[in-house]
Design a protein around this ligand. Structure first.
Ligand code: GMT
Length: 374
């Protein structure tokens, strides 16, 4: 198949999922064309069957806001015509599903009929899409996609609760390439922590929804009794506040802010525990990545997180904001070697159920169905 993938090219989960899906499809012999405003961070354009088409938005003094959707739709149309793309798969509804609808209509005008698959990832529904400024357009785009998928059962429920959706939503959960984590625990921890310190990790875009103040508070409580280091990966608007909080709580010497990095697997392989206390999370790809590295997870029980992190098995979940309970669970895991070992293995087994080989054929099957029904 010749597939066009549209996504955000950033470190965010939706971009990572889209990029890794494209990479695996390319390995299987499909031709995969990425249409984005930058080269996706995890995309290797030297791989066979992978192509990258950049969306350029022209600056013009009249515009206060650049018309990105227009440029994206036009790029989709051109790429479909030039490369013979048979199916468009857009990740994140805003504005990709909307732009894809326009591209589809423009192509239909030229006698070319192309199916559009929209994958909902989370904030496009739970935070941004619900906003009255976007809601009518998001509802329309979902209903006019040929196929709609969501990354968790919870996200499907949320979508049906907040939008009048006439389309069937198929749940295809996120996936993980376990082979990337196979060198687990062989990494040298000395660069991250002193001898005898446990390593606790958090990865996110440091937006409010991730509650990184809770991460620092949980760590400060654990640190009272467990020699430990907190490794914060990522960057975003809450970083400065979190740095101040670490200082206020007297733990800043043992909190490392490493910023954005491509070394996620290596850092996770050195970690003893992963924290994800988010306000909402449609899936929690970062938690799954930790589990693939055999790292137990303490998370909130919001959204789709409980579909990934099984309470009492792969780690623990607690109510959003309940830092006391999360710290208690964290201390329990870090001070009981047998429990830690048991949960690490359970985390890995749970990650296996989301392995790339099990999940990505579901997308291929969906594409084949879509192409049959054009
Ligand atoms: O978490 C974010 O703020 C980034 C966002 C994105 O669109 O990249 O992540 C969403 O999609 C991920 C991949 O499907 C999910 O694993 C995340 O749970 C989801 N984030 C939220 O729902 C907050």
């Amino acid at each position: 198949m010749i597939i066009g993938i549209v996504c955000y090219p950033t470190f965010g989960g939706s971009g990572v999922v889209a990029t890794e899906l494209g990479a695996v499809l390319a390995k299987k012999g499909h031709k995969v064309h990425f249409i984005t405003y930058n080269q996706p961070v995890r995309l290797d354009i030297l791989e066979e069957n992978i192509y990258y088409h950049e969306v350029n938005v022209h600056d013009y003094p009249l515009f206060q806001y650049q018309p990105y959707e227009l440029a994206l739709s036009s790029k989709m149309v051109d790429t479909v015509l030039n490369e013979g793309i048979e199916i468009l798969h857009v990740h994140y509804a805003i504005p990709h599903a909307y732009a894809a609808y326009m591209a589809k209509k423009i192509l239909a005008d030229k006698g070319i009929h192309i199916p559009v698959v929209t994958t909902l990832h989370g904030t496009d529904i739970t935070l941004v899409g619900r906003n009255p400024s976007y809601k009518p357009a998001v509802t329309f785009s979902i209903n006019h996609s040929d196929y709609v998928t969501s990354v968790s059962e919870d996200l499907k429920r949320e979508t049906l609760k907040f939008f009048v959706v006439r389309k069937d939503i198929e749940v295809i959960p996120n996936f993980i390439d376990l082979s990337l984590y196979n060198n687990a625990k062989r990494c040298n921890r000395a660069g991250l922590a002193h001898e005898g310190q446990k390593i606790i990790t958090h990865i996110s875009n440091f937006r409010k929804v991730k509650r990184i103040m809770d991460v620092v508070e949980i760590f400060a409580k654990v640190h009272e009794t467990v020699p430990s280091r907190l490794v914060m990966i990522g960057d975003g608007p809450e970083r400065e506040r979190a740095e101040d909080k670490a200082k206020d709580l007297g733990v800043s010497e043992d909190v490392l802010f490493l910023g954005k990095t491509n070394e996620v697997e290596r850092i996770l392989c050195m970690s003893d525990l992963f924290l994800l206390p988010s306000e909402t999370e449609s899936f929690g790809l970062a938690a799954l990545e930790a589990m693939a590295a055999k790292v137990p997870v303490i998370s909130s029980n919001a959204g789709g997180l409980t579909e990934v992190n099984m309470h009492g098995v792969t780690g623990y979940t607690a109510n959003v904001g309940d830092v006391k309970t999360m710290a208690k669970y964290a201390t329990e895991i870090l001070t009981d070697d047998a429990k830690h070992a048991e949960m690490s293995m359970a985390a890995y087994r749970q990650a296996e159920t989301f392995s790339i080989d099990r999940i990505t054929p579901k997308y291929e099957e969906l594409y084949e169905r879509a192409l049959k029904n054009v």
